[in-house]
Design a protein around this ligand. Structure first.
Ligand SMILES: CC(C)[C@H](C(=O)O)[C@@H](O)C(=O)O
Ligand code: SF4
Length: 473
């Protein structure tokens, strides 16, 4: 394609970062931003040490602990010895290699995909990588952001570049106005329900249409976060006034003349009219309901008004057997009303839904009610700054009065690498992004929902349609 042909947002950002292109299309891409967490970085730093190399651009690298930290008081150290070791290793690597690091006591600490945007480290038009699949979150800013493996982490640390082949372009357009009670989380679950978890394989998705234009940055991050669950390499939304207003004056955002220059570039970051997409998907936002997952894959979703589907109706044998296994694992029978499913635990947290707007949405439902007897609910803010903001707004008081646990920031029960886990066969309404077998604890059962739906489930003790929420019944 010649440079004058109409280009997509993805084409533009990719082109602007090519350092070298080989005949077979393999490119060396410049990486503007590198986020590092404790799980996928130890061998990468070790590799640098062994080779006697330094980090090429320490100021373009930011490290934080999130997966292993306990969400209870940390002032007296990390309890679990294995977790403590991972945390200490990252602290040491950051020190040795001159990288800025938010430790477990820093108020800026939090989930890597929450703190990048919060600090203004995540910027439109940049290439952003992290040894973590949900790096796609940052695409909400009109950045090209995706996960990389540990050997690539080492490559980026050493060279600030990454070897990449271009993905194909896919556009998901959602027009219409979302009904009250239907959120970004429902939109992303509905998309994955439509395309399947392999629907995005080989593609970078651009989210377009009225729904995304009207979403806040928090909402756009929720959608881009789950692009990876739909199989895509990355997801992105073209930057606009909403994006610029969020980024402006953040600690790491450009200031003064640099801000003006950045804005001039960011204004060019949109798909040209007539640009080619290899795949197009359309959904009607106005007809979307609140969504609940019923199985062990993020594509196993249904309207809250629906019934647990019957796998016997699936013609493909492999798929039928897989969905039968999923139902057995989930302890559900086909035909059960979603609103008749009782839950044991509620987790409001993760890089999908633990930002201030998510906590506000949950608090709005919770205010004046109490968590149902027999149910335990946990709120884990996405970062220390989200936690402070929520406390300044009195949200913590609402949650605590209702009987929720109010925790310290981190990944927590999203993947249960710390003490926050489901017990066997415990059923959880969770605002996270993965409902795989064992994801939240051995034999634990996860239902993915929005923060408002999770909050209502905590109070009612079962799933409820928040479009009709009048409190517990
Ligand atoms: C631990 C990390 C490598 C992993 C990921 O890449 O996504 C985690 O964040 C997850 O959500 O499963
Ligand atoms: S919150 Fe969950 S999905 Fe996000 S980075 Fe942590 S473990 Fe991964």
């Amino acid at each position: 394609m010649s440079m004058s042909a109409p280009r997509t947002l993805y084409d533009k950002i990719f082109d602007d970062h090519i350092v070298d292109r080989q005949e077979d299309g393999t490119c060396l891409l410049y990486i503007d931003r590198h986020l590092v967490h404790e799980v996928t970085s130890p061998q990468a730093f070790e590799g640098l040490r062994v080779a006697g190399r330094r980090v090429h651009a320490p100021t373009k690298t930011l490290a934080v602990v999130d997966h292993n930290v306990q969400t209870t008081d940390r002032r007296f150290g990390i309890e679990d010895p294995e977790s403590r070791m991972q945390v200490e290793t990252l602290a040491e690597n950051a020190r040795d290699f001159g990288i800025e690091y938010f430790n477990e006591l820093d108020k800026r600490q939090g989930i890597v995909h929450v703190i990048g945007p919060e600090q203004g480290f995540t910027l439109p038009g940049t290439t952003i990588v992290c040894g973590d699949s949900h790096t796609s979150t940052h695409g909400a800013f009109g950045a090209l952001a995706h996960g990389i493996g540990t050997s690539e982490v080492e490559h980026v640390l050493a060279t600030q570049t990454l070897i990449q082949k271009k993905s194909k372009n896919m556009r998901v357009t959602v027009d219409g106005k979302l009904p009250d009670g239907v959120t970004a989380k429902d939109v992303t679950l509905a998309i994955i329900g439509t395309t399947g978890t392999a629907g995005g394989t080989g593609f970078v998705i651009e989210y377009a249409g009225e729904v995304f234009r009207n979403l806040s940055m928090e909402g756009r991050m929720t959608v881009c976060n789950m692009s990876i669950e739909g199989g895509a390499r990355a997801g992105m939304v073209a930057p606009d006034e909403t994006t610029f207003a969020y980024v402006k004056d953040r600690p790491r955002a450009p200031k003064g003349a640099a801000w003006d220059a950045a804005l001039r570039y960011w204004d060019t970051l949109h798909t040209d009219d007539g640009a080619f997409f290899d795949k197009e998907v359309r959904l009607d936002g106005a007809s979307l309901p609140p969504i609940v997952s019923w199985g062990t894959s993020p594509e196993d979703v249904i309207s809250v008004e629906g019934l647990v589907p019957d796998p016997d109706l699936i013609t493909d044998e492999g798929k039928r057997e897989a969905k039968k296994r999923a139902l057995a694992y989930m302890g559900l029978t086909a035909g059960t009303r979603i609103t008749d499913i009782a839950i044991d635990k509620v987790f409001i947290g993760s890089c999908t839904n633990a930002r201030i707007e998510d906590l506000r949405a949950a608090a709005q439902i919770v205010a004046g009610h109490t968590v149902r007897e027999g149910v335990s609910g946990m709120i884990v803010p996405g970062s220390g700054l989200v936690k402070l903001q929520a406390e300044a707004e009195g949200l913590d008081a609402i949650f605590k009065a209702a009987g929720f646990d109010w925790r310290e920031p981190g990944c927590s029960m999203c993947l249960a690498m710390n003490a926050d886990k489901l017990g066997p066969e415990e059923r959880c309404a969770s605002t996270s992004n993965r409902n795989f077998e064992g994801r939240q604890g051995f034999k634990g059962r996860t239902h993915l929902v929005s923060p408002a739906m999770a909050a209502a489930a905590a109070i009612a003790g079962r799933f409820v349609d928040i479009r009709q929420w009048r409190g517990p019944v």
